[in-house]
Structures are given as structure tokens and as C-alpha cells.
Write a new protein. Structure first.
Lengths: 175, 175
């Protein structure tokens, strides 16, 4: 099987991480893959907020837990970084475009031997007053909706998630 | 650059196709990549309707054009096949999950030397009475929303789309 098809099949969502740092170069490569995702009308509307600061990462995790009413837990599974994708609210394909950016970043990270997991509730977090403040402080202007939080780090290889069997009845043919 | 990162960067949306057939084996490989996309809570909720029948492909193209009030045009750009991804309306992450499946299929097709383009308005087409009939005839049960139509075929290599420059101000850092 080609490297690419193998990459697509072997990527897993990682829910346990080590503290080992990811290099700036690796983060840049992952983000670049996200920027090259397809987008409606080629608008390139999604933006990426790359959080490598531990305090802000922790705050986003807390806000995320609060959305679920699960204060005190870490919904980011100990991953040291989070790449948040947001969609321009004025672009009708924004959510779809943002999802494709997240997908490309997952695959690039996997190729680099890193782990990711899409953690949801970015919408609620970045619709909050504090979420909007964080965006503004990072330099984001305009009206954006959170699409997803991609947590990132080195997988703890003591846990080796295997793919769940693919469910039946997901493909239909008109031949 | 690794094959995978190169694949992510060099995939383009293809808007001109030849009539050369795509093999069943290739279509299966592309669909398999879509089935392995991440999904919220691992629910594997998206389904794929693979249309290789020319008459139904043409009908879907006509319905798609009608949504835009552009009857008589072919929004599928002459591509011989379409892989429609649909999301279970009862799954809150359905649209996001479906988008990831589309993204994986784009990348798998590119790896196989084939071309794709996400054509929108699957939502409107499969919310229509005729769209629902087509789903039912194909054996789909339940309440599904169209996420996207992935047109598929051999690229007409007389047209070689290059990547538009990436826009500025899409990445923000909190370091």
C-alpha cells in the first residue's frame, strides 16, 4: 500500500500524550498542511490559532470542560498544544472548510510521528466573552466561529489505539 | 518532503476531466480512505453514496444546477462519477464528520492519480423529494443530510491547476 493510503488508514485519535516538546518546524509543517486544504470557492477562509503557551492551553481546557459541566477534568488529554481552527461566520462553507483544515493537520501530524485528537466545543468556547478576548489578544479581527480544537503532542506509546472495526452499511452504490 | 506531506500540498480541485474509466478497485480504495476518517465519539456516522451510473450522475448534476438556477450547465465539470457524503441528522458532529470523510477521499484519489472536486449543494439536493427517493432506492434508511458531492475522474492534463498563493493572516500564535 502506498505511504499516503497507509497514512490515511493508520491515523488514530490519540488520548494520551507525553510532555516531550514538538518543534516549531513540525508545528509549521502541520499548519501548512492545514492551510492547503480545499475550501469553498478557494476562499481559504479558515484561520488557525496555534496555542503553545501552557497557561492559555490550560485555560482553554478549563473552558472546554466547563461547557460539558465537567470542571476539574482535562478534555485535552494532557496534550501540550492545541491548534484551534475557526471559520469566518460570513462564509457559508466555513464549517466544512474548517473541518478539511483539521483533517489535513491530523494527517500531517501522524506522518511526523505525532498524535492529535479533535476536541469539540470550540464553538461554545470562542463564542464566550473570554474566548473572544483571547482571539482579540492574539490579533484575530472579524467574526469567527470555533470549528474544532486539534490537540497535539507526542503519543504516549504505552497506549496503542487500534482502529475500531468499520461499521457496516455505510456505503451504497448506484451502478 | 515526505510523500504524505507532498500529497497534502499538491492536491488541487480538478475542474476538467476525461472520460477514462476509474476502476472499481480505485473507487473502493478511495471510499475506504473516507470510511477511516475520524468522527465524533468514533461514531462513524457519515455514509457514502457512490454513483457510477451515468444517468443518475446526470440527474444529480441537473438537480444541483437547478439549486443555483443555472439549468443547462454541468456543475460536475464533466466528471464521470460522484461520491456523495451524507451525515446522520441525529448526530451533532455529522457535518464535521462528513467533511473529514470528503477530505480523506480527496487525498486518496490524488494519490491514485485521479482528480476530485467538492461540489456543494448536496444538502439542498438530498432534502428534495427526488433526492430522498434516490437515497431510498439505493437502500439508505434514516434521516440524512447531504454534506458534499465529491466528483471523481481522471484529470484532463491539458489543464494543470496550480495552487493559488496562500492568503496572509490566517495563522495566529499564542506562544
Amino acid at each position: 500500500m502506498s505511504e499516503v493510503l497507509n497514512n490515511l488508514k493508520t491515523r488514530r485519535s490519540i488520548r494520551k500524550y507525553t510532555d516531550e516538546p514538538v518543534t516549531d518546524e513540525q508545528i509549521s509543517q502541520i499548519i501548512e498542511a492545514g492551510l492547503y486544504a480545499a475550501s469553498g470557492m478557494g476562499r481559504q477562509s479558515p484561520i488557525i490559532l496555534a496555542v503553545t503557551d501552557r497557561a492559555v492551553r490550560d485555560e482553554l481546557a478549563e473552558m472546554n470542560a466547563a461547557v460539558m459541566h465537567r470542571e476539574g477534568t482535562d478534555p485535552f488529554y494532557g496534550a501540550p498544544y492545541v491548534l484551534v481552527v475557526l471559520a469566518d461566520k460570513n462564509v457559508p462553507t466555513g464549517i466544512y472548510d474548517g473541518s478539511l483544515a483539521l483533517g489535513n493537520m491530523m494527517l500531517a501530524a501522524h506522518e511526523l510521528g505525532l498524535g492529535t485528537c479533535w476536541i469539540h466545543r470550540a464553538k461554545e468556547v470562542f463564542n464566550s466573552k473570554r474566548g473572544k478576548e483571547i482571539l482579540k489578544q492574539a490579533g484575530v479581527e472579524g467574526d469567527y466561529e470555533g470549528v474544532g480544537n486539534l490537540i497535539l503532542g507526542h503519543p504516549d506509546t504505552s497506549v496503542q489505539p487500534s482502529a475500531a472495526p468499520r461499521k457496516e452499511n455505510r456505503v451504497f452504490y448506484i451502478k
